[in-house]
Design a binder for this molecule. Sequence first.
Ligand SMILES: Cc1cc2nc3c(=O)[nH]c(=O)nc-3n(C[C@H](O)[C@H](O)[C@H](O)COP(=O)(O)O)c2cc1C
Ligand code: SF4
Length: 446
Amino acid sequence: MAMTEPVLTRRIPTAPWGKAKDRKLITYKKYVKSGGYETLEKALAMDPGKIVEMVRDSQLRGRGGAGFPCGVKWGFLPEIDGGRRYLAVNCDEAEPGTFKDRILCDFDPHLILEGIAITCWACQLDTAFFFIRGEYHHQAKTVQAAIDEAYKAGIFGGKGLMKGACDLKVECYLHRGAGAYVCGEETGLLEAVEGKRGWPRVKPPFPAVSGLFGRPTIVNNVETLACVGPIVEKGADWFKTMGKASDGKGPPSFGPKLMGVSGHVNRPGLYEVDLGIPLSTLVEEHCGGMRGGKGFKGAIAGGVSMGILGPDQFDAEMDFDIGRYDVMGLGTACPTIFDEDTDMVAVARNIARFFKNESCGQCTPCREGAQWIYKLLCRIEAGEGTSKDLDLLLEIAGSMGIMPGTTICGLADGNNWAVRTIVNKYRSEFEARVRPASVPVTVSAT
Ligand SMILES: Cc1cc2nc3c(=O)[nH]c(=O)nc-3n(C[C@H](O)[C@H](O)[C@H](O)COP(=O)(O)O)c2cc1C
Ligand code: SF4
């Protein structure tokens, strides 16, 4: 199942899980020497519509968390009307345990920039805003230096992409976030780029129709954009030789995937593998097994918002159909592994703390529910909860999110799935911490 030839990390001289000092930044010069920007040249000789078709045929699914088919999203753009059209590059990467986009920025920023340039040509977008997580100081410098190199090489600005090889002039700006997780949500990101508070917008309208400054905007994750060049270079069929066909419920999970593994394994790090790899193979063959030979207790599926894979789900296949293991989805595909000694009540409390801090406060169920869940979990962890608190936790969690239809964005769904799956899959551990409810418990929201 593991890939023989890396696609996204192929230019990073030492495998990305090697020592940091062995890894070197791929500058513009090195990138071009290894064939970089040749695909942009190829793309500029193609009809833009053909590129959209190629990406649609590859069935590339977004790598930012939702797994939406990229070519389909591009197809939602309205007809060109002479006005501005934008690309918002999502490098917010604030999902706990996720660090795949950071590695790409650190070592191969031109792979992303080439993807940006090809996407702008394919979708006829004139401005790209590269939104980068506020805490990524080093990466912001690296990406800015790469953007400067690309301007110098005539890829951005000037007469047109690639020194006037086409008539589309593209500007690319780096926009640094201010440290809010919710700005990774696509419409929160748009607000932030517009200079406003990062408050997600009600959808529809979707960004492709009305995004930045009310104009058509494509929002794509950094890793998604990094896949665009290789697809145009080698073709949609080649992309489909990697990954996994669908189980019949949704689109397939084709292509390579960056999986950042953290937690109780011997070699935590970033691994490029085929989508669909069993979690146990990722841990045993790539990460050197469980740390200290301990038993596997569970794993956050791919960012805490996706929920948890339980002790009997070590062989779960890491593809976009992962919902069959009762988690929300694949998310960022960056699992955090827990060994047998992990206190799952503490894990749930820690995750709840994150969500209550990151709720933007617009929707009552998320703002109040997140606080409430956190308080209940603190109480249970301290041994002061009752058995009724567990049911109350599940009730509050289950009533917040886009899916129950009570909030604007998916941050609340993340909280919902994380808490519900941990309580459900480790219920006995929670029950051991609470006392029987002899009297009804009343918890006030105030
Ligand atoms: C609370 C929240 C945080 C998110 N954070 C990120 C993020 O950091 N990076 C990202 O690419 N997508 C993030 N997303 C998903 C984006 O809303 C959007 O689906 C994605 O950027 C689209 O790009 P893609 O189709 O290439 O995956 C987040 C979503 C939610 C609800
Ligand atoms: S769900 Fe939470 S984070 Fe999202 S808009 Fe509502 S309050 Fe803000």
